[in-house]
Design a protein around this ligand. Structure first.
Ligand code: ZN
Length: 254
């Protein structure tokens, strides 16, 4: 059995000092691939070093919707150059976050569109962050992103209806440790309905440790709890769940 953690922040300040131990525990827990999400220049440079050192790691990059107002303009050319030089396997996480009311919506939309165009230019999949903004996300991607171009909805926490719209666009829906939380009944209904060939799993390390590790710093080794929970909901073995999500991630990230 082998796992693909489709979303982790390994070059973050939290993980960086313990990266060797974290990667060893990942290996011992059958995590064979990890998509490292770079969100600024520091984590991009760190990610490129990690990619040299660990064959399991590949990088994605973009300024998050939370930071585009502060540094989106300055950092965009750096991610664009990395993408054009084939140093990235995906563009993201980009998207829209309307949960935090202080974030500027117009600037988020502007950078979402720029990153969509970069992904199309470089023929790379996009990783979306979307919180309370699905109708705008669908409207913008329908207008600015090619139909059937590859995309992932990372750490999905939306409704069944929103999940159906993700699925109908041919995108992948990625579930994090939130699916293991006691209160996540709605998300477990989503886990049940997502077709196995459009499902991914992720830790979102260092955030969102699964139920049995709540409050702790998350890491890729903890992905098995999420996998086991989803497998039980779907009534399949954890081996089959691991295999399907691994193959899906390999397919989208090539
Ligand atoms: Zn993330």
């Amino acid at each position: 059995m082998q796992f693909f953690d489709s979303h982790a922040h390994l070059s973050s300040d939290e993980i960086w000092p313990q990266i060797d131990e974290v990667m060893l525990r990942a290996k011992l827990s059958n995590v064979r691939r990890i998509m490292n999400i770079c969100t600024d220049v520091k984590t991009l440079n760190g990610g490129l070093l990690l990619q040299e050192k660990f064959s399991e790691i590949k990088n994605a990059g973009a300024t998050t919707p939370h930071d585009v107002e502060k540094e989106g303009e300055e950092v965009f050319p750096i991610f664009a150059e990395a993408a054009r030089n084939k140093k990235l396997a995906a563009i993201g996480e980009t998207g829209l976050d309307y949960y935090y009311k202080e974030l500027n919506v117009e600037i988020q939309k502007k950078f979402l569109i720029r990153y969509l165009h970069l992904a199309l230019e470089c023929n790379l999949p996009v990783i979306f962050h979307c919180r309370e903004a699905f109708s705008d996300l669908f409207a913008f991607t329908d207008a600015e992103y090619k139909k059937n171009a590859p995309a992932i909805l990372h750490c999905f926490t939306g409704s069944i209806e929103e999940a159906e719209k993700v699925i109908s666009r041919g995108w992948y829906l990625s579930l994090s440790g939130i699916v293991t939380f006691k209160k996540s009944e709605q998300l477990r209904d989503v886990a049940k309905m997502v077709p196995l060939n459009q499902l991914l799993i992720e830790t979102d390390t260092p955030y969102l440790a699964p139920q049995s590790k709540r409050g702790k710093q998350n890491e890729p080794a903890f992905i098995s709890e999420t996998a086991r929970t989803i497998a039980a909901i779907k009534g399949i073995s954890i081996e089959l769940l691991a295999k399907a999500t691994f193959e899906n991630a390999e397919r989208i990230f090539q």
